[in-house]
Design a protein around this ligand. Structure first.
Ligand code: ADP
Ligand code: ZN
Length: 605
């Protein structure tokens, strides 16, 4: 089996070797066993059922919850010469009937189907006929249940139809099943096993690390100016997603980026579905579009060459953050997750939380999640370790690919600074926000301070050793660490907590992060070209890809991934034989596009 699988990997998909646990998973399924696959986004789940579907006799039946996901995979497979099709509500009756005929005639290797359609009496009968090998049916190679976490009633992607998929095993017990998801937590995993009757399945749990994503968090000053600088320095011409909390901010940011010459489009639930679809299609089909979006955008976006995900506002939890940033770099090439964050983010999110209509228990859970998010934003050690620990993977060494690893922040004994900050909160009656507190510490001559008589307090003007920016940073870190809390019933005033007392009394010490200043940050791009010739060839290859994509009405990445173009750039193949050696160039694509790319390569040789 193993040699056949490898042969398929090389000839059909054009890749050299299996990654991670792919080979073991494929072996299990090819041998007729059930598998539960938990792998992070971009690790290569699809091949785990696509190759067994090709290797085993009969058609592979893939259950997929979203039309966009299906379309993407079917197009990609068809481009690779695989006989794949889909059945969903977006198809006309005639097209659906034709696909069903092809299925019964054994003319398909893979059929993608939406769960609600699979569960209809008509489709179940069709499966019976497919499986009736004695009467000429082609057979069913396997059932693949993609996005298997949709069975979880606690998750946000719950799909009630998924609960009924356990019947597949009851009705066709000899057909192997493979369930796949990128959702890592143990509870969801148990629920999938239980709901789908996968007690005997072999579980393949991969690390959820995304080593090609570089994490960066920066204190927010003027968020969008910082974003613009980051895009210009690190990601010129790249496609990416910018997440904002509100619809207004999405609109403003997209328009503003547009004025600065960055091709940006907005996406949020307030736009018409037509407008959303149009923007999404442009993001998928054109190179280098920046999508500015609320969290409404992302589910089912399988674009492999999203080079960055930026957050202009703090997400509500590390779960959300990891899911959103995980949309970057699915193709395995360097990508980055960048976030600008300030104290106001914490204030706003806590306010939304306390004013929401969730139960008290729910609010406590969400508050704990928000606090973990804040902790991540303020941490001075490896960020990837914090993320992986949070998801239950301990023991990873510092990653060397996050801001804290690359430019370790300096810390200082901040005990005195913290005491001054806390005393100022206490002496002014725990009724004021950060701006006012800092004015008092800096001894500002201000009407409001005079009016409250706070110029006479012992804390007035005792903080002149630091400036406004440093004090902001100190307050932010104190809130994140739980020494202060934001009170929403009194307009974001800071209040002391249980934890504040030992710090105020000098019983404990605190280390604070020094803000970077004047220190030169490395600005070299991860994807920089070694010379101009490379850049010219790169652009020529991308132009050719765009031209062919237009011609075939598919997104550019369906023709070739960036990783494949990059391999061409590095290896400079000069014959069809050499081109066939490039990772991502399968037999069918070589035949369809090989000569056109070779022409470009020779021209720039
Ligand atoms: P997932 O579904 O896990 O998010 P995909 O199945 O979409 O990931 O795979 C991500 C990318 O990695 C795809 O472009 C795929 O072609 C590529 N890929 C998968 N397996 C391999 C491999 N063994 N070698 C090279 N590239 C691979
Ligand atoms: Zn790190």
């Amino acid at each position: 089996m193993q040699t056949q699988a490898l042969h398929l990997l090389r000839t059909v998909f054009g890749y050299d070797s299996f990654r991670g646990q792919q080979a073991a998973i494929i072996d299990t399924v090819c041998a007729g066993g059930d598998a539960l696959v938990l792998m992070p986004t971009g690790a290569g789940k699809s091949l785990c059922f696509q190759i067994p579907a090709l290797a085993r006799s009969g058609v592979g039946v893939v259950v997929s919850p979203l039309i966009a996901l299906m379309q993407d995979q079917v197009l990609t497979l068809q481009e690779a010469g695989v006989r794949a099709a889909m059945l969903n509500s977006a198809l006309s009756a005639e097209k659906a009937a034709a696909t069903e005929r092809q299925l019964l005639a054994g003319e398909l290797d893979l059929i993608y189907v939406a769960p609600e359609r699979l569960l209809t009496g008509r489709f179940l009968d069709l499966l019976d006929r497919l499986n009736d090998v004695r009467n000429g049916g082609p057979g069913i190679a396997l059932f693949a249940i993609d996005e298997a976490h949709c069975v979880s009633q606690w998750g946000h992607d719950f799909r009630p139809e998924y609960l009924q998929l356990s019947m597949l095993h009851e009705r066709w017990p000899q057909v192997p099943r493979i369930a796949l998801t990128a959702t890592a937590d143990g509870r969801t995993q148990q629920e999938i096993i239980h709901r789908l009757g996968l007690e005997n399945a072999q579980v393949f749990l991969s690390s959820f690390d995304r080593p090609n994503i570089r994490y960066r968090v920066t204190p927010k000053q003027n968020g969008r100016e910082q974003l613009l600088r980051y895009l210009r320095e690190q990601h010129p011409g790249d496609a990416g997603i910018v997440y904002c909390l509100s619809r207004n901010k999405v609109e403003d940011t997209a328009a503003w980026l547009g004025e600065q010459g960055i091709p940006a489009l907005p996406y949020h639930a307030g736009l018409s579905s037509q407008q959303r679809e149009q923007n999404q299609n442009r993001f998928l089909n054109e190179d280098g579009i920046v999508m500015v979006a609320t969290i409404a955008f992302g589910m089912g976006i399988d674009k492999p060459d999203v080079r960055f995900v930026a957050h202009l506002d703090l997400p509500k939890s590390l779960e959300a953050y990891y899911q959103e940033t995980g949309r970057a770099g699915r193709d395995g090439l360097p990508a980055s997750a960048w976030m600008a964050y300030g104290l106001q983010d914490a204030v706003t999110l806590r306010q939304m939380l306390s004013q929401g209509d969730a139960s008290e228990t729910q609010k406590r859970v969400e508050l704990a999640k928000l606090n973990a998010m804040l902790g991540y934003a303020e941490v001075t050690t490896c960020r990837r370790q914090v993320l992986l620990n949070y998801f239950g993977e301990s023991g990873h060494p510092p990653c060397g690919n996050c801001d804290n690893c690359l430019e370790p922040p300096e810390t200082f004994d901040g005990t005195i600074v913290a005491q001054k900050a806390l005393s100022c909160v206490f002496r002014t009656g725990q009724r004021f926000g950060v701006g006012y507190l800092i004015d008092v510490l800096l001894g500002k001559d201000d009407d409001r301070i005079q009016q409250f008589g706070h110029h006479a307090l012992s804390v007035f003007g005792i903080g002149k050793e630091l400036d406004d920016k440093d004090w902001k940073s100190a307050y932010r870190q104190l809130v994140a660490a739980g020494y202060l809390r934001v009170d929403h019933d009194s307009h974001g005033a800071l209040k002391l907590t249980e934890e504040s007392r030992p710090l105020l009394k000098g019983e404990i010490k605190i280390q604070l992060r020094k803000e970077l200043r004047g220190r030169k940050k490395k600005t070299s791009r991860e994807t920089a070209f070694s010379n101009d010739a490379d850049e010219t060839l790169w652009n020529a290859l991308r132009d050719k890809r765009r031209e062919l994509a237009k011609e075939h009405s598919v997104p550019p990445y369906v023709i070739f991934h960036d990783a494949t173009l990059k391999a061409m750039l590095e290896q400079r193949p000069s014959s069809m034989g050499e081109l066939a050696q490039i990772s991502g160039v399968g037999a069918r694509k070589l035949e369809a596009y090989g000569s056109e790319f070779l022409e470009v390569l020779l021209e720039h040789g």
